[in-house]
Design a protein. Structure first.
Length: 117
């Protein structure tokens, strides 16, 4: 079993209200969480569908896959060794260690791991 767990698909939006309406009223998904006018999480079953404006999106205008992993730094090294590129090196925010990378085809990935409490 892989130590990486795909937990989130992050979509870019310029209008969070319109995107939430599309996904909840149009598609029928349930809103799990909203952070102001820049981020929302929808219940996607085994993965969260996240909507984010440029303020909260690591790669505005692109789709990014969020992958929970026990070792963000090791995941970044593996991506680099496999021909990917680092967009933002591993860093700690208020809740997690995170890094933003591209795979070898230019697809956006966010590796993250909760910080110890």
């Amino acid at each position: 079993m892989s130590e990486h767990d795909v937990r989130m698909i992050l979509l870019s939006t310029e209008d969070l209200d319109a995107s939430i309406a599309f996904w909840t009223e149009g598609v029928g998904m349930t809103l799990k969480f909203r952070d102001g006018s820049h981020f929302a999480a929808l219940d996607g079953g085994s993965a969260t569908l996240a909507l984010a404006t440029a303020l909260d999106h690591p790669l505005p205008g692109q789709v990014a896959v969020g992958i929970k992993t026990p070792d963000v730094d090791a995941a970044v090294r593996a991506v680099e060794q496999a021909g990917g590129a680092v967009v933002r090196a591993a860093y700690d925010d208020a809740h997690e260690r995170r890094a933003v990378v591209y795979d070898n085809q230019g697809n956006g990935l966010v590796f993250y791991s909760p910080l110890p409490r």
